[in-house]
Design a protein. Sequence first.
Length: 305
Amino acid sequence: MFRFLAGLGFGGIPPTAIALVVEVAPAGRKLFYNSVMLSGFPVGGVVAALASLTLLDTVGFRGLFALGAVPLVTLVPLAWWVLPESARFASAERPAGGAKIRALLRDRSAVATALFSVANFCGFLLVFGLNTWLPQLMRGAGYDLGSALTFLLVLNIGSVVGGLVGAAVSDRFGGRVVATVLFVLAAAVMLLLTAPRSATLTSVLVFVAGAMVVGSQSVLWGYVATHYETEARATALGVTSGIGRLGAAAGPAIGGLLVSSGVGLAGNVAVFAAAALIGAVSSGLVPRRRAVATVALRPESDPVS
């Protein structure tokens, strides 16, 4: 029950946070600022990996969960006090929630929403699948537990770098191109992991895999945010990432089934690589947005995906 309640919060934070950051960020830097914010996810992953390596034997998993509760008494009060409300949201005429969802399911918007949902599903599957099973997979490939957890740390460090660099490039070339390329590169790097290599070279590949996988998800969120109008942005993010969260459940489940069936690192990585290619196709096929009557609500220098 408590995991379910925590999931409600975890699922609701990204869409609202992304919508607000994209709203207040300066034109031409929206995707970069958004990625700086989203880098908190892999930074948290780095902290979790370090905490697991150093504290797990001492405090146990309950102690690590308690560490995760620290933001409840620190960041939440600070955010309530400091964060601004969206000026354009406050001044815009806001349709009812049902009307906003129906608008996402009409014509070209329906196609975009469906493709974004598939891409999000693939992105979440990769992020959660790799973060859940990478240590176990690397142990199965012959590494000890300490080395396997170190690979998880390297994966998340790469995630931070990939998200920031990918978003900076996206502000120049657009979310469609960058998200698609990152998905393709993620598939290629994961396939390279299947060949036996030295621990150092494997660490480099894991770093690049983290950069590509989480980088693609970070860029994809920004791509969704800049594709929709202000009044529908948070709803679109909620719908597409909500469906995508099914991938967060599927990734660990698929990895578990493959591990229990005796499929090793190569089989798991091949499945994850296939998911990355599906994500690439989905993000690349999203139809371009047409200009709409509400364009006056948006500065002219805002990017239109």
